[in-house]
Design a protein around this ligand. Structure first.
Ligand SMILES: CC(C)(COP(=O)(O)OP(=O)(O)OC[C@H]1O[C@@H](n2cnc3c(N)ncnc32)[C@H](O)[C@@H]1OP(=O)(O)O)[C@@H](O)C(=O)NCCC(=O)NCCS
Length: 169
């Protein structure tokens, strides 16, 4: 009997446990709260810089091994910053730089691996595109190696015949 009651308790717990909704945070220019105080949703202290470092380390191969100082620098240089939270967990991120009317560039778009394919990346992009620094600009650029299909779904086009050039340092 004891086991049956336990099983029922576990079962009902599994059925009725509320699922944490995904919360989107649109940060201020340069994300000062995230940058200096690790603030997350509702401006609550959330160790957000550490969580951003872990999100990058695990899911963004181009941004692995960033120090706190480097993360603060890239946030400070961002005109728009968006993060996605599930409870206390940082599950998505994106940022943009922009001159406000002519050109903007999206950077560091990432969703936690176990939550990819559920529309979260789309939410990050759509929110960034609607932020004041980005919403009115003539062209929005981004660089991607494996996710062009994702961006095509969102209206981005291949930039041919333009060519991406890089000065490596
Ligand atoms: C790329 C990434 C941000 C997409 O986020 P996501 O939450 O998985 O994407 P979504 O669920 O919002 O997908 C939106 C649409 O794009 C499609 N899509 C997603 N990834 C795709 C891909 N790599 N190729 C083609 N289509 C893709 C989805 O099927 C979905 O289409 P639908 O609306 O018809 O169902 C995410 O997979 C990720 O973080 N990848 C690792 C880091 C990375 O490569 N970032 C991009 C750097 S430029």
């Amino acid at each position: 009997m004891h086991n049956i009651y336990n099983q029922r308790a576990q079962c009902s717990d599994a059925i009725y446990r509320p699922v944490n909704p995904i919360r989107l945070v649109r940060h201020a220019k340069g994300a000062p709260g995230l940058r200096w105080l690790g603030l997350g949703p509702n401006l609550n202290p959330s160790r957000a810089l550490l969580k951003l470092q872990r999100l990058f380390d695990r899911h963004a191969i181009w941004a692995r091994g960033r120090s706190f100082a480097q993360l603060r620098r890239l946030l400070a240089g961002s005109d728009a910053v968006v993060s996605l939270w599930r409870g206390k967990r940082l599950v998505g991120f994106g940022r943009a730089t922009s001159d406000g009317f002519s050109r903007a560039v999206l950077w560091d778009i990432v969703v936690a691996g176990d939550l990819q394919g559920h529309g979260l990346g789309r939410r990050v992009i759509e929110e960034l595109l609607h932020t004041p620094p980005v919403v009115g600009v003539e062209r929005v650029y981004l660089m991607t190696t494996k996710s062009a299909g994702f961006y095509r779904q969102l209206g981005f086009q291949d930039a041919n015949p333009q060519q991406l050039m890089v000065l490596r340092r």
